[in-house]
Design a protein around this ligand. Sequence first.
Ligand code: IMP
Ligand code: MG
Length: 176
Amino acid sequence: MTTEAENGVKSVLISEEEIHGQVSAYGKFISREYRGKKLLLVGVLKGGFIFASDLFREIEIPCEIDFVETSSYGSDMVSSGKVILKKDISTDISGYDVIIAEDIIDTGITMSKLKELFQLRNPKSLKIIALLDKPDRRTVDFEPDYALFTIPDKFVVGYGLDYAQKYRNLKYIGEL
Ligand code: IMP
Ligand code: MG
């Protein structure tokens, strides 16, 4: 470990190169699947903002972007089980093929609630893409449509993910 921002990080779980490889592959996949469609990528703030913006730049077809902000954690490592929508998108998604880009699926509560809400708004289609999936932690019946990496039950930071708002600016996914 070298920089001050990395203090407390035990090890690198997924490197910058591995992340870039998968983000690029999924960008190409989405470009093929959604050709000719009215595509909207929705990034989930704050944790998903780096993943969403990198994925957005790997998409080679016309694509719009919007953001929601959800919150359920406070500064704790344990989910409160309640999902708060702190910021909504400004796009009317009826007629859009929507992909929601989230940093991590943990208990599954956040994304199952957000998916329910978005479904009520009549998008043409709705898929969830997650950078990370921690299936061992699931408390509700929810699976993302696409997950770039499946990880064990460890608390991870970096590439947008935080602990108490820190570590988001690491270029890799690290274990605390
Ligand atoms: P869920 O509702 O339990 O699936 O929680 C999802 C949210 O919890 C994610 O969007 C993250 O913000 C946060 N989260 C879950 N696991 C981790 C982790 O290992 N590191 C950082 N944030 C996490
Ligand atoms: Mg999040």
